[in-house]
Design a protein around this ligand. Structure first.
Ligand SMILES: Cc1cc2nc3c(=O)[nH]c(=O)nc-3n(C[C@H](O)[C@H](O)[C@H](O)COP(=O)(O)O)c2cc1C
Length: 344
């Protein structure tokens, strides 16, 4: 393991990311409500939207009155306290992506990110997400088209390759740099791997060696110790955290505490309860600004935020049977009341 200092900040061109820790884009998770929960807890330098279809943006932008219920503009909704925030796009048509990036710029985002990592069949079948890793000439056309369409910082996020026999880490990094992107993020798995096995952090180190623009490492950071290990192992400029943030949104704050003091506090049951209630309040107020049903989101986050808690499994079972937001609240209240009384 190399002994490199952990960077305090990084900049994607004019976009300063401080601390150098990024919330990963996660479809179905990182909507405006969740992102504001993360912002409130502090310690995260940059947040990103869920990936958003460039075709959807362009089609709905042309006909705003025809917005469907799951409008792409719900994915792009953000509040002023979310800055700095980057919108992530997916698609495979350079002209459409360029138009969508212009919309993103007009909406006031601090940057735009291009998705070359999504492994989902529906996306890959249309040559989007990680499907593009098999067609680097098309990647180049996309990067050039988007770069010349907007002046906000532009980054991309990719996997290591389609499979083990077609690793494109250095080629993708150099393409991004040559096309004028301000940074790259790498999830150290191939498309074929899905989420199996371990993220290969050596590939992140390889990318860092291949380019001069900032490199953000991603994959399997589940604790502050992992985060420091990733910085040291790869020499990366920033670390991006996905799944761990959805069950432990305190991880960003814990990382800062760990860097300062060498130790960190786990969230108490009261903090978990208060966080869940805060999430529910925001959800109630802003249900119209997210995609998906509020009841579904309540259940989803009751599950996430009680992971690792005593009797959490019992709560999750009850919550899943609930038929209304009021029933979910009643289950959560009853479960935490019992716990908090016991802890008092
Ligand atoms: C539920 C879920 C949704 C995701 N959606 C996106 C997405 O919209 N765009 C993207 O680039 N990656 C997406 N990812 C991948 C994550 O951003 C990240 O690369 C991956 O989870 C590895 O990081 P981790 O080990 O910290 O979770 C998603 C991952 C999960 C678990």
């Amino acid at each position: 393991m190399r002994t490199v200092a952990v960077p305090q900040r990084l900049s994607f061109g004019t976009l300063m990311v401080e601390p150098a820790i990024v919330l990963a884009p996660m479809a179905g998770v990182t909507d405006t409500v969740f992102r504001r929960v993360i912002r409130d807890l502090s310690g995260c330098g940059l947040i990103m939207t869920e990936f958003t279809s460039s075709h959807g943006i362009v089609a709905n932008h042309a006909k705003p009155s025809a917005k469907p219920r799951r409008s792409p503009f719900n994915y792009l909704h953000f509040e002023p306290d979310e800055h700095p925030i980057v919108a992530q796009l997916f698609g495979s048509d350079p002209a459409v992506l360029a138009d969508a990036a212009r919309v993103v710029e007009d909406l006031g985002f601090d940057g735009v990110d291009m998705n070359f990592g999504c492994p989902v069949k529906k996306v890959v079948k249309c040559n989007g997400g990680s499907g593009l890793l098999r067609d680097l000439p098309l990647v180049e056309r996309i990067l050039k088209a988007v770069r010349s369409a907007v002046s906000i910082p532009f980054t991309c996020k990719f996997r290591t390759g389609w499979d083990d026999s077609s690793i494109v880490v250095a080629q993708m990094g150099r393409l991004a740099e040559d096309c004028g992107l301000q940074g790259v993020s790498l999830h150290g798995r191939t498309r074929q791997q899905g989420y199996a096995g371990e993220a290969d952090w050596d590939r992140i180190a390889e990318l860092k060696q291949a380019v001069r623009i900032p490199v953000v490492g991603n994959g399997d950071v589940f604790s502050p110790e992992d985060c420091v290990r990733m910085f040291r192992h790869t020499g990366c400029d920033g670390v991006m955290i996905g799944r761990a943030a959805s069950t432990n949104p305190w991880i960003f704050r814990q990382i800062q505490q760990y860097l300062r003091t060498g130790s960190y506090q786990l969230a108490s049951e009261r903090q978990r309860y208060e966080l869940l209630m805060r999430y529910y309040r925001l959800l109630r107020d802003d249900a119209g600004k997210i995609s998906g049903s509020p009841l579904g989101k309540m259940k989803q986050f009751a599950t996430y935020f009680t992971r690792g808690m005593r009797n959490g499994a019992q709560l999750r079972k009850q919550v899943h049977r609930a038929a209304s937001p009021a029933e979910v609240l009643a289950c959560v209240d009853a479960c935490f009341e019992e716990h908090l009384e016991r802890a008092a």
